[in-house]
Structure formats: C-alpha cells, structure tokens
Ligand binder design. Structure first.
Ligand code: AMP
Ligand code: MG
Length: 417
C-alpha cells in the first residue's frame, strides 16, 4: 500500500537525517581553500577608483609637505600670553603657493593666508577676525598657544609612512590621499573576472516575447550588476537550457574566460538539476547543504580549477548567497583578503519567531532609526530586494524578536556594494 508521509507544509524545514553545514563552516571552508589569483598592473590615479591595491602605498612626501597656516590671519612667533597685544607688521605677505622668503623678526607679525607656508620666524597664527589692523600694526588678545591655527609638516601623513595597505579597494578619498602624498600611479590587482550563467528551460530573455509558462531571466542582470558594483569584471555567459551536455560546454567555456563562475538555478537534487549533478561529478569542494534561509540549495565546487557557486534559482536566494558566500570568496581571490560583512545593531520595528538550526537573512531597511523587514519572506519576491537597503542577519539559534529588540542590520555596502 502506498502510504503518504505526514504533511509538514514547510518548504524551509531542514530535512532530517542530513548534516546541514552551518554558514560559518561553509565560509571557513572557502577562506581556507581559496587564495588570490589576480596579477598586478600599474594604473594612473584617474583609473584607480575601486581597484585593489596590490602593495602597501608608501608616502613619497609628507602631507602637508610644509608647516602652513590653517586660516587667513597674521603670523608670528608664539606663544602669546593672555591680554592685549600690539605687534608691528612686517612688509610683504605669505599666500598659498606664493611663500614669503624673508625672515619675520621676533616680536613682529606678517599677513598670512590659508595654506601659505609659515615663513621663517612664524609658528603661530591669529585669525583675521580677531585682529584690528592699521597702517603698520595689528592689535589682538591672547592667549594663543605656540602652533595655534597652524598645521605642522607631516601632521596628517609623514613621508615614508604607509598611506594605504595592500588589499584596500580604493575609494575617492583614497585617491585624494594618494595624490596628496605624491603618488600618481599605483600597483593594483587586475580585475577578477566573474562569469555568470543562468540555467533553466523556463527562462526567456528580458524584453522578448514569452509564453505564460516562461519566466524572464531576472538573475543574470542582477548578478552582472552585483559583480560590477563589487568592483569585479562581469562576463555574461548567457542562458543554458536544462541539458547536461550544453551546460558542461558552457562551464568549460566560462572556466576559460573567467576566474570564478556563478550559475543560478538547477542546484538542488531534482531531475532537472543538472548544475548540482555536474558539479558533484567534478568532485572537489562539494558543499551544498548549508543551513541558511533563504539560500538553499547552494552548490560549491571546482570546475577546471575555477570555483563555481551554483546559486539557487530564486532571485532572493541567489542574491543572498552571492552576498554572503560569493562576495567574501571573490574578494579573497581578488586580493582583498577575507571580508567580514560589517553591520550594526538597531532596534527592530517588527516581530519574528525564528527556528533554531539555520542562519536567516531578511530583506530590510532603516526608517526612523529602526529596522523594518519586508512584509513577505517569500524567496521569489523580487520586489522585496528592490525595497530593501540591506539585510537583517539572524544567527543560527532560536530567537523571538519583539519590536525594540536589537537586531544586526548589514547595509548593502557591508557586502561590497
Ligand atoms: P531552481 O533552483 O532551478 O529549482 O529554480 C528555483 C526557482 O527559481 C524556480 O521557480 C525557477 O523558475 C526560478 N529561477 C531559476 N532561474 C531563474 C532566473 N534566472 N531568473 C528568475 N527566476 C529563476
Ligand atoms: Mg531549474
């Protein structure tokens, strides 16, 4: 007699009798197995944004290179005591880029503008707003410490110091710092090439006519965009039908074109799940039962020496797995070292009961200093990904979150976006 099993009606329940790998263990495996693969090239600063520094950047000169004035005012030798002071004005002035090359005698002052090198005999500046001037004298009140309103040479960065460390992904501010310390070109890592393949007979190309039985390939544009935002080089390898030989050929091609391969769809153990079937065949580094929601199934494997992330087909799960697993792995391979997503704790604006045994990520955003989560946890709800500005991370244990309880919010930027 054919007897049905009890109805559980919970698609996220972890099947019993299987060892579910905790997220932390899967990450530890990636960290241990992967290593940087990118070569080094030199690029001018104008092209260095978002590139990864291949060596420590050593300051060629100090910032600032000379002691200079922080304000428009009058310079002299400090300190000056409390009370009223009248100083004779020396002739001439010091301006940014147009130094005064004489010596200011003790007890005299000189007109000085912001950014001007302090002339010999000057170490302290009084703001022009604090001064009364006549033809050849200034009057002001102390006290002023020696060095007031002046910047010391090298007070920001000294020549020879490490301005930025290898592995740093260069920001606009980093470019300012490198320029200031005399660096015009930097050794950076070549961009990590990341291939993206969508799989599934049901997929149609966005914008093209499609039968009701088809769905548009939403993962590919998303994944290509994520990779670009992360600073890597996306390689669009198109769509493949649920056909093992076609998929094998596409993986072979992707392994030639790229350093890492991201596929989506076909990663479970179903009849049409050719990604997992092929990857299992290829051996090394298999790991596809990870205790994460959303995110099952995720296949981790090597294909012709290239790591493959067999991402789930559901767009929400595909994006979460890309951020949580693929990003740290790709950052490591790209030369940035291991990446721990940076988040912060904020009060929840929601209530949720969470089961033990798996890590969960919720689409979330911040409003009025509290974390809101998307009204549905359905992993096909792409609109929730658009709505969100980050993820709430809930650790593996059981939890009952009530409004006001602190939860860990990780903004997209915490995942390299
Ligand atoms: P699979 O992992 O292949 O079982 O797919 C899980 C779900 O994700 C199914 O509903 C698929 O139709 C859907 N899916 C797979 N690939 C994509 C894609 N590229 N874009 C949008 N949905 C997808
Ligand atoms: Mg499929």
């Amino acid at each position: 007699m054919l007897k049905p099993p009890p109805l559980r009606n919970d698609c996220f329940a972890l099947p019993a009798g299987v060892d579910w790998t905790p997220v932390a263990d899967a990450l530890a495996l990636l960290r241990e197995r992967l290593h940087p693969v990118t070569a080094t090239e030199s690029v001018p600063l104008a092209e260095a944004l978002d590139r990864i520094l291949a060596e420590d950047a050593i300051a060629r000169r100090s910032n600032p290179p000379q002691a200079n004035s922080a304000v428009d005012g009058y310079g002299f030798a400090g300190p000056v005591a409390e009370g009223a002071h009248v100083l004779p004005l020396a002739r001439g002035r010091a301006a940014a880029g147009v130094p005064f090359d004489g010596v200011v005698p003790p007890g005299e002052a000189i007109r000085i503008l912001t950014g001007a090198a302090l002339p010999a005999g000057v170490d302290t500046v009084v703001l022009e707003e604090d001064v009364t001037v006549d033809q050849d004298r200034i009057a002001f009140r102390g006290p002023l410490k020696k060095g007031a309103n002046a910047r010391a040479a090298g007070e920001d960065v000294a020549a020879g110091a490490i301005a930025l460390r290898a592995g740093r992904r260069l920001t606009p501010a980093d470019l300012a710092l490198l320029a200031a310390v005399g660096i015009g070109a930097v050794p950076v890592r070549e961009r990590l090439r990341v291939a993206v393949i969508s799989t599934g007979d049901e997929l149609a190309e966005p914008g093209q006519p499609a039968d009701p039985g088809k769905i548009y390939d939403a993962n590919r544009p998303m994944l290509l965009g994520l990779i670009r935002r992360m600073g890597f080089e996306p390689r669009d390898m198109g769509r493949v039908e649920d056909d093992r030989e076609a998929l094998r050929a596409r993986l072979d091609h992707a392994a030639e074109e790229a350093d890492v391969i991201l596929t989506s769809g076909g990663a479970s153990a179903g009849d049409e799940d050719h990604v997992s079937a092929l990857l299992r065949e290829s051996g090394a580094m298999q790991q596809w039962r990870i205790a994460i929601k959303p995110g099952r199934p995720l296949a981790l494997a090597m294909w012709n020496g290239r790591p493959v992330f067999g991402l789930p087909g559901n767009p929400v799960a595909a994006m979460v797995c890309t951020l949580v697993f693929a990003y740290p792995a790709m950052a490591l391979m790209a030369g940035m070292g291991w990446h721990e997503p940076q988040g912060f704790d904020l009060p929840a604006a929601f209530e949720k009961r969470k089961k033990p045994g798996r890590r969960e990520y919720l689409r979330a955003r911040i409003r009025n200093g509290r974390v809101e989560v998307f009204h549905s946890e359905g992993s096909g709800r792409i609109s929730g990904l658009s709505w969100a500005t980050g993820l709430v991370e809930l650790d593996d244990g059981e939890r009952h979150i009530r409004p006001g309880d602190p939860v860990r919010f990780i903004p997209w930027s915490g995942f390299g976006l």
